[in-house]
Design a protein around this ligand. Sequence first.
Ligand code: NAD
Length: 486
Amino acid sequence: MSLNIDEATLKSVVEDVLKKLGQQAAAAPAKGSDCGCSKSSSKGRDGVFQDAGEAAEAASHAQKQLRKLGIAGRAKIVNIVKRTCAEKAEEWGKLEFEETKIGRLEHKVAKLAGIPGVPGVEWLAPRGMSGDHGITMEENTPFGVVGGITPVTHSIPTISCNIVSMVAAGNGVVFNAHPGGARCAAEAIRHYNRLFKAEVGIENLVTIIEKPTLESFESLCKSPHVDILCVTGGPGVVKAAMASGKRAICAGPGNPPVVVDESANLAKAARDIILGGAFDNNLLCVGEKQIFVLDKIYGAFLQAFKDAGAVQINDAQLAKLTEAAFTYKKDGGGCSHPVLNRDLVGADATRLAEVAGASCSASTQLLFAETDADHPFVMEEQMMPMVPVVRVRDIEEAIELARVSEHGYKHSSMIHSLNVEHMGMMARALDSTVFVKNGSCLAGLGTGGEGYSSFSIATTTGEGITTPDTFTRRRRCVMVDNLQMY
Ligand code: NAD
């Protein structure tokens, strides 16, 4: 059979068919693209992404670029972060303070100004071995991409400190910040990425999810582009990270106790406790949260505390403040437990005094109250500048109550004493990651004591104060029976 069609008709039929095919092609998803049933691609800009999977993938791609730039490339990134924190401490401190509305502006600034002290690439030391069977070198190599979960208490400082440690180790990073500090965190990430692009030629080495949620956290936990997690936060996020199936470095909660014994220099102990406990309105996880004072020097310590500027609130005022600071909730077994209300977290001492119905001068940094050892202010991590003082019989009771109040977090503790036996007893009983003798908690992070600083102290999982080393895999390179030089 043959069709008798003239050329004009044939052309018109072909055009018609091509047009229809074109319309179908436009309606159908491209091969390999999203089928249209899931969310659309957002692709980030300057490291800020809507989608967690895309943020992780971009960081993974950038990390491969970083590898090509060697240690020198990492050092450049680290120096950019340190330089920027020093330059922008005031501006970013203000930005974070205005967004989170917790803590104290001057301390937000001080935290950022301290980032240059965080160890960088110089921290990584390979270990060499040489013997009759050749030579072996153990090197610290990157994991790939670290999923960083950061707290509202120090949003930009934790992100900046994490970038220094994680990138010095050769990793890319994707952050899920606390929603309460996510805007300033994204602003810092944007700024860093612009500098990284301009000065190092890498885009999206550190990324962030603009609107972090529990779902974006879960996406990071499931992402094949995230090799390890580093969470800095309270018990909830530590539990979630540990259950995620990914390896997690957990910088968990603390509730640091302080013991003051009869040999202590009481005036100095009082000053140190105010310095640490009032810093950023007691938002620091290492900050002094409850004090156990031996009976023999109890009265003298309270006087020294007042002389140093701490203001005492009475029982009725404490009751009022406790009611505002905690809500009692029943657990599954019907027992009632105090749960911290967030409204007073990081509030000024003057505001706490107002809530308590007490009066104090505008310059007051720290309140205190005499309490029993099981008071909510002792047992809960209050994160506000009101510290309870508990009278104890002797050093054994002081250390035991300190241990119980720390809940086995193994985070931080302090003692003011000249008795090394007491120091040893407390060190062994609490087993805390940071243990400061005769100084403020800040000395534990290199301010007023020897050592370096970090905003992620891996207590729960035991890595300790995180450094670039924490974010590396140790790998062994072995040359058999050769290359030794003797
Ligand atoms: P938080 O636990 O409320 O939040 C921390 C981070 O975890 C945030 O990004 C938050 O969005 C996320 N998160 C919380 N619950 C989660 C869950 N169930 N699943 C997934 N993500 C979750 O803590 P915060 O108020 O931001 O910070 C204060 C807490 O962090 C305190 O307990 C403090 O001791 C601790 N902290 C520890 C360190 C350390 O180095 N160990 C440093 C800073 C803060």
